[in-house]
Design a protein around this ligand. Sequence first.
Ligand code: ACO
Ligand code: ATP
Length: 770
Amino acid sequence: MTSSGEDTPSGDDAETLDVESLAATRRDEAMDSDQRRLLVFAGDRDAGIDAAFDVVRGADVPDDEVTFVTTREGFRFDRVEPRQASRLLGTTRTIVVLDAHEDFSANTLGRVAGAVDGGGLLVLLTPPPDEWVARRDSFDERLAVPPFTTADVSDRFRGRLVSTLRDHPGIALVDLDTGTVERDGAYRQGITFDTSLPTVPRERRFPRRGYEDCLTADQADALEALEALAEPGNAVVVEADRGRGKSSAAGLAAGSLAAEGRDVVVTAPGRRNAAEVFVRTERLLRELDLYDTGSADEFDLSSSRGGRVRYVPPTEAGAAAADADALVVDEAAALPVRLLTSFLDAPSVAFCTTVRGYEGAGRGFAVRFRDRLDDSDHEVTDVRLDDPIRYAAGDPVESWTFRALLLDARPPVAQLITEATPHNVEYRTLTPDELLADEHLMREAFGLLVLAHYRTEPDDLARLLDAPNLTLRALTYEDRIVSVALLAREGNLDAETRRHMYDGGRIRGNMLPDVFTSQLRDEDAGVPVGYRVMRIATHHVVRSSGLGSHLLSAIRDEFDGDVDYLGVGFGATPELLSFWRENDYGTVHLSTTRNDTSGEYSALMLLPLSPAGHTLHDRHAAWFVQRIGDVLGDALSDLDPDVARAALASVGHSSEGGPGDADDEPLLSDYEWRVVVGASYGPGLYTTAPGAFRRLALAHLTSPERVSLSDREERLLVRKVLQTHPWSAVADELDFHSTAQCMRALGDAYEPLVDEYGGEVAHDERERYQ
Ligand SMILES: CC(=O)SCCNC(=O)CCNC(=O)[C@H](O)C(C)(C)COP(=O)(O)OP(=O)(O)OC[C@H]1O[C@@H](n2cnc3c(N)ncnc32)[C@H](O)[C@@H]1OP(=O)(O)O
Ligand SMILES: Nc1ncnc2c1ncn2[C@@H]1O[C@H](COP(=O)(O)OP(=O)(O)OP(=O)(O)O)[C@@H](O)[C@H]1O
């Protein structure tokens, strides 16, 4: 590390406005340091857009290196709608103008800021700061979840954002209404980091030229790790913050493989996101004199040795790569887990993923996919790039976005909290004002939510600070956060809103009332009021020590007598279902479509707290049991049998008695009992009356403690009897030697069920075979 100058204090004295020269100076400074600078123009929108044009002129940047992110149309520059800002992920621009006057969100800011090149400028157009903070815009409307209105939405997020604009280094702040430069943003970096230079490994498979094309030692190390792609059965995970050159490393690897005559498939959320991969591949093939046809612009290149590198959209990439030699996945963090899993069909695969840029689309990769990858047949190699390439270390725009959006928020370091137990922690409400006043606390709480969840994004910070329906609870150990839960208030909806939902209209928030009303046809479901646990996370070093359960029980004690129920909806796994069941939440629904991001089916569970909550819970639990047999034979026929078992085992857990007991109807008719007994104890056939077998299977799976069946027997009930998979497939999946053996095992599994659930007729029938 060397010192190369000192911070220049920002211009406190107001200066007369000359946007072009301000832009020229900041641009020179940015180019000298290979960092970026932020110019903020606050005031009238048209004046802001004029100023942005002046910036482009003053900075002397060609039009085709400029992107305007705005709802306005009619510019000569590349234009991106704020809601489409993810188009900029993985791309490199010299100037990005973000017009925050309309459709501004924290997510948009997070997505665009990383695209600005070293030496470039980020330009932010805002209303006058105080007005911006106070006004209610389309983002606030999204936070105003019924029955709340925009008047209930607070202004903390933008207030905090504006205060960072006023004091963070490297930011120029111009008041367009008065024509004054409040801060000139002059900033000479105090520190530079010596980046070590790349070297060519002595033992290598890829061409020397590929290594010579690397810009940092980190990138060369990544390329060396990517050599594993040449052999089937390998997976390489390349992790880095934004702009560290991971796409380029992947491009050099793809080019090296094509140079050997290999067929490489490249995928990314959109073609544009993979542009850098192809630029590097084309350049390398040309340098090696092995270029044959295609171009980076066509996202398809071939080498004179018969190799090929081509882009395939994510939905088709797994299948395409199964017949290719290797798959490169860029921006993997932005892809759903279901697709990531499909990529394991490729002989070898590289996943390039952004670590702290959760602006991409959350942490599905790390939170939900990483375990599956480790359990797969692929040998996994990890490599990490730290040295920045797109812009130099110490970049003030990066440190500002990290700070303003908490992109680098982290839970407390492990050593500080290893001693935490349910007996020595404190249950606390963390109000938004407390969080704002204690940056440290806010970073730990948010950092834990980000690390543990696949869906946390910058907008969630704004929600946490401003949304009237959200509230945060935590367990702290010596003032460090060890477990945290984000709660959303739902229900208490008026008749008109409920009718609107019942008629198919969408309302914001209110996930549980919404599903109960619109999908499950219960117009009264929005009357009771409850808290939905939107997120819960325990620090990974103290998981499984009862803290999550302790937090849920403290929440229950706090809200008992205040609301009608507590609820939750989450991507269902057997472990999570059992966690919620242990905490007395009962299953009332399984969604019939998979979640886009996690690839899992969602489970909804309720814990009633009042008579109205009990009524709501009990009718939905009963309806769930009535319909689930048919649903498992239809839309949920591919549901993991262990998820089905765990979901069914959790039904009715918190109601008085089980759903089976609530039903006075006999489980099976006398005739059906004779068929079931015949098929278990005697020579009869399951196929004669599958409905009878299904009802008995459901009775068992919703009260599995009554009869002890093995895991395999229960899976058999789910796969064959409830999901009606063909015998051969079930036999195969559950490792039976033959379908005949599988059929016999089903009969055997029903014997103890006949013993437990059968009445006189069943037991008399059984006597005949004994
Ligand atoms: C709406 C939602 O937020 S649902 C998503 C829940 N959150 C997450 O998945 C984030 C990552 N996971 C976590 O932070 C934690 O595992 C939590 C919050 C699920 C549980 O917190 P903990 O403090 O570990 O809970 P606690 O110790 O009371 O109970 C642990 C039990 O939960 C179950 N469990 C839940 N998730 C898992 C899991 N991924 N792996 C293993 N067991 C799990 C187990 O039954 C476990 O019991 P065991 O340790 O005896 O095997
Ligand atoms: N070896 C290289 N040679 C030339 N330019 C490079 C090289 N490596 C990286 N770059 C340039 O640095 C910038 C960042 O590189 P790249 O896009 O590969 O990084 P990244 O980590 O994938 O970034 P992001 O997370 O934004 O996708 C790009 O402009 C790219 O062209």
